[in-house]
Design a protein around this ligand. Structure first.
Ligand code: GYE
Length: 331
């Protein structure tokens, strides 16, 4: 396990330095901080894992932006486990990196390790997901989306879509990984909007699909076995929706028609299914956080002050809009 991770770290480090070596030399050398002997800013980044297309695009954005900025990136994959992230953060502290950034697997349980970073005077930036600690001094900034708003957008589309029908509208929900901010918040935002018409909109089943295609498919199969009256699927990300589409088709039903589907993310595969009519609506969540993260890292490493909350800009897509946007979709 450890050896595997060390191997992965080495591979990532080699890749980043190889990429940096390809660029012009001016980018390096500018950053302050003590981590790298050659004066490069050293950024320790602990990623959630590789559960979805969104995550893959996010990792790529961070690796490419670090290389472009001429930073040394110490990248660690937590494989979906909080304990691995805590270990990675401790190891970044021991290595005395200049800045630590991470995308928390779950919302709770970070105070102890973040206090250790604070005591070591290493600034921390939260990327993509929030933590639920009331102590905001534990991190410099949180860059990412408003997941409650994303859930609300999903709910608002649904309310509008069924405005001329009396219902009941039976909804099944595929939740993200338990305890993760986007799972908690996308559920809450959606629930808040449909609660305005409780007799009409009914969530008849709701379960985690771990943000993965495999689990999305499997859980949808069980939903389909126990309910023959599903009108709508709300999946907290594209990948679970795409897995569910396979289950729906295998059951002889038409995704997008027999069962309407709403997802979140808008990665290329999701957008393709939307343009093909298999998904009905996607709420965008941008994974391209790398460039802004590098700017924030530089500022905090230089002792400057940054906004406590940096919000990602995003939109929503209907089937028609997906057809238009698809040719330019990079991820
Ligand atoms: O929506 C999902 C991923 O934290 C916003 O995590 C992210 C979510 C994203 O696995 O696909």
């Amino acid at each position: 396990m450890l050896r595997k991770r060390a191997g992965a770290l080495l591979a990532a480090a080699l890749m980043v330095s190889a990429l940096a070596a390809c660029g012009d030399d001016e980018g390096s050398g500018s950053a302050g901080g003590g981590g790298g002997g050659d004066g490069k800013l050293v950024l320790g980044f602990s990623q959630v894992g590789a559960e979805s297309g969104w995550r893959t695009a996010n990792t790529k954005s961070i690796q490419e932006s670090a290389a472009e900025a001429g930073y040394e990136l110490k990248f660690s994959d937590a494989q979906g486990k909080q304990e691995n992230q805590i270990k990675a953060i401790r190891s970044f502290i021991t290595q005395r990196v200049d800045v630590i950034a991470f995308s928390p697997v779950v919302e709770s349980g970070w105070d102890t390790v973040l206090k250790e970073a604070q005591d070591a005077e290493i600034p921390v930036i939260l990327t993509d997901r929030a933590i639920d600690s009331p102590d905001e001094s534990l991190y410099e900034s949180f860059i990412g989306s408003d997941f409650v708003l994303e859930g609300k957008k999903a709910g608002e589309w649904l309310v509008e879509e069924y405005k001329d029908e009396t219902g009941p509208v039976n909804i099944v929900e595929l939740q993200g990984s338990p305890g993760a901010a986007p799972a908690n918040d996308r559920k809450a935002g959606f629930a808040e909007v449909i609660a305005a018409e409780p007799e009409k909109f009914k969530v008849i089943a709701s379960q985690t699909g771990q943000f993965t295609r495999t689990d999305g498919k499997q859980v949808m199969e069980t939903f389909l076995k126990s309910h023959d009256d599903i009108d709508v699927l709300y999946a907290h990300n594209d990948d679970m929706g795409l897995g569910a589409i396979e289950a729906i088709e295998a059951a002889g039903l038409k995704p997008g028609e027999d069962i309407k589907i709403i997802t979140v993310d808008a990665v290329k595969d999701g957008m393709t299914a939307l343009a093909d009519g298999k998904i009905n609506f996607i709420v965008e969540c941008s994974p391209l956080l790398g460039p802004q993260l590098m700017e924030l890292a530089q500022t905090v490493a230089d002792g400057g002050s940054v906004e406590k909350r940096v919000l990602t800009e995003e939109t929503t897509f209907t089937q028609e809009q997906a057809k238009e946007a698809l040719p330019d979709r990079k991820y």
